[in-house]
Design a binder for this molecule. Structure first.
Ligand code: UDP
Length: 446
């Protein structure tokens, strides 16, 4: 049998597309064929950011890009994740079997042998199952967060969480004896704060279990205990093959940041970014702006220019920003490998966390929702490579608190040492690795 042909289907947001695109590049390097399915909307954006070359091929690769409508109507907001979950499930799932037929007809010697999906696209594993095609899950977050979702049913049975709302009846939850005790509010299904997401994830986990493997962008150095909790886990991370490129980027990266960083000495610039989805709120935005001023250190700050942000993100009149550079979207991976970066103020998205850890950059955590609070627990309490912020009585992280914690972090030799050690450990074991990747490709070949 020849090399496998994978159909990769990420949920059409950056935090899912980016790591699955990276994994697709890894598979392509190992001789596999990849068809990468995204929404028409993202396909067109990727064209404008020059990710796609001639005939739908991702540049410098053997990856074919195809698209289907996501079913979101023009007046609806694609930031409304619940809407996108529902519309992709109905629209894309009904069109997928025909698309597979067409792809296979064009490539009858190398038909699709396995479908890889990310979270929220579990319906595609049902389609794979019906068509007799193999299926695997690519989980774009930590193994621990997947363990937490997979524990929901048991928690409901044991009365630890409410069966309708998903709200916990306990203050603290421990997913397993060797995993850290966490505030119930750190569970990703808790802080989504909606019965819709809870019930969606209960159903989604049934579909995820149709996947033979749970591929995770993590490693044993980072999450050995969580990984040991299911034989389906196949850690294939950290995915850092293409350090210098975010191949799933949907916004034009501002490359001038690199030149700007070049002028600063090693470990002197603070990087600030909250990923592709978070809007931090106007009051927090102001405190952050003033806090960065107070630091009297150079900073590079990503303020996305999404529709509506112009008014939401009004800089306070006292804001000077004289030591900073503000960009709409950065080449983050390049930034985090740059020697002048000293720390990262982050929302603790899993990709940002991994990218920072792999470069030994200490983190300052400002998590909002989903798995971000759980990732913060790992950063601050398990790996001990970062610090969190305390909120004031209005739920704000004040400018004074920002200055205090950044100063504290920069003086903490233990955090610096542990960040470097963790980076080295992950890199060393990754260099030795590759076993899980071969296992996965061989399984898909069978
Ligand atoms: N990213 C980037 N430029 C930016 C901000 C973010 O390239 O200015 C990338 C970052 O490298 C990461 C992804 O966007 O790969 C964000 O993923 P994460 O899981 O951290 O957060 P999410 O966007 O899913 O909330």
């Amino acid at each position: 049998m020849g090399n496998p042909h994978f159909l990769a289907i990420p949920f059409p947001i950056l935090g899912h597309m980016n790591p699955l695109m990276q994994f697709s590049h890894v598979l392509a390097k190992h001789g596999c064929k990849i068809t990468f399915l995204t929404s028409d909307e993202n396909y067109n954006k990727m064209k404008t950011t020059s990710i796609i070359g001639e005939q739908g091929k991702v540049k410098e690769s053997n990856i074919n890009l195809v698209s289907l409508p996501d079913g979101v109507s023009p007046q609806d907001d694609r930031k409304d994740v619940a809407k996108v979950i529902l519309s992709t499930r109905t629209t894309m799932s009904s069109m997928l079997p025909k698309l597979i037929e067409e792809i296979n007809a064009l490539d009858s010697d190398n038909k699709i042998s396995c479908i890889i999906v990310t979270k929220n696209m579990g319906w595609a594993l049902e389609v794979a199952h019906q068509l007799g095609i193999k299926g695997a899950l690519f989980w774009p977050a930590s193994a621990t967060s997947l363990v937490s979702f997979n524990s929901m049913e048991t928690f409901v049975e044991e009365g630890i969480i409410d069966s309708q709302s998903g709200l916990p009846r306990k203050q603290e939850i421990q997913l397993s004896t060797n995993l850290p005790m966490m505030e119930a509010a750190a569970m990703p299904w808790y802080n989504l704060n909606s019965a819709f997401f809870f019930l969606h994830m209960m159903k989604e986990m049934q579909n995820m279990n149709l996947g033979e493997w749970w591929l995770c962008n993590t490693s044993m150095d980072l999450e050995a205990e969580a990984i040991s909790l299911s034989p389906k886990f196949l850690p294939i991370g950290p995915l850092m093959e293409n350090e210098h490129n975010n191949m799933g980027s949907l916004w034009q990266e501002d490359e001038t940041c690199i030149e700007w960083l070049d002028q600063y000495p090693p470990k002197s610039v603070i990087y600030v970014s909250f990923g592709s989805l978070i809007s931090i709120g106007p009051n927090q935005f102001k405190e952050l702006a003033l806090g960065l001023d107070l630091l009297e250190r150079p900073f590079l700050w990503v303020v996305r220019k999404d529709k509506g942000n112009e008014t939401k993100y009004a800089y306070p009149s006292e804001f000077k920003g004289s030591q900073g550079k503000i960009v709409g979207w950065s080449p983050q991976k390049k930034i985090l490998t740059h020697p002048s970066i000293v720390c990262f103020i982050t929302h603790c998205g899993w990709n940002s966390t991994i990218e920072s850890v792999c470069n030994g950059v200490p983190l300052l955590c400002l998590p909002f929702f989903s798995d971000q609070l759980m990732n913060k627990t790992y950063i601050c309490d398990v790996w001990k490579v970062g610090l969190g912020f305390e909120k004031d009585e209005n739920g704000l992280i004040t400018k004074g608190e920002i200055k205090k914690k950044v100063d504290e972090l920069l003086e903490d030799e233990g955090i610096k040492e542990r960040s470097s050690k963790l980076m080295e450990m992950v890199a060393e074991n990754k260099a030795k690795g590759g076993k899980n990747l071969n296992k996965f490709i061989n399984w898909a070949k069978e």
